[in-house]
Design a binder for this molecule. Sequence first.
Ligand SMILES: Nc1ncnc2c1ncn2[C@@H]1O[C@H](COP(=O)(O)OP(=O)(O)OP(=O)(O)O)[C@@H](O)[C@H]1O
Length: 267
Amino acid sequence: MIELDRAGRSFKVRRTVVHAVRDLSFTVGRGEFVGCLGPNGAGKSTTIKMLCGILTPTSGSVRVAGLDPSRRRTALARRIGVVFGQRTTLWWDLPLADSFQLVRHLYKVDRRTFAERLDELCETLDLGTFLRTPVRQLSLGQRMRGDLAAALLHAPEVLVLDEPTIGLDVVSKAGIRDFLLRLNAERGTTVLLTTHDLGDVERLCRRVVLIDHGRLAFDGTLAGLMATVPGRTTIEDVVTHLYTAGRRAAASPAEEPARALRRARDQ
Ligand SMILES: Nc1ncnc2c1ncn2[C@@H]1O[C@H](COP(=O)(O)OP(=O)(O)OP(=O)(O)O)[C@@H](O)[C@H]1O
């Protein structure tokens, strides 16, 4: 459902080139729920932007649902839902319900299907009490539930989430996590989630990819990730160890971060 083949994206910043993503390859199969981890600046958001077609890879290739995202953005939009936790896609001054109507028109969802989906999303995401509230007046937790509903009104096969639980309290987080688990289990929606919240990964993801300095540093199960650093018992501990090893390696130009991570786990 998602395929990256040696994908890279660099940016020219004045006279230098920033390699945000380098030679990144991994695939996500239909119905999988994959967590994407990595330290700040690792290249996670850049990867997500390539998957949605917002950014074009400068090397390698990316495909989502069999489509090249940057060339087939409109066709892809019907098959993918995207939520950026730090940025809303809703209309700030309109009531939430009006934003949903605009989404309905954008995606050409017929009235009856829209009404059925909205009813279901209102119930599962508990949107009923604030449907008439302008988006700018919503709490962060309410806004996030609204954003999730908007991303799902056209029933996409793939859902890409960039830090969907950022800033949420424990109860709101639990609600969103339960919703995502049900969506994946009952609808078979493929989910790729980037997060700094390791609780999200523990609760939701059967598989984890770890990106460091734009490169793939790990791809496997959560148990496999834990086993990379023997003797560490919590995921926080393991991830801290791996991120620190990656940072140390980046400071030593002779060694590439992914190799350093492998070395760190062998120690
Ligand atoms: N438009 C841009 N122009 C120049 N550099 C960029 C641009 N977008 C991202 N970068 C750089 O690419 C690198 C990766 O950034 P990216 O936002 O993908 O990281 P991230 O893993 O999502 O980080 P975070 O966890 O902090 O959100 C960083 O060094 C960043 O400064």
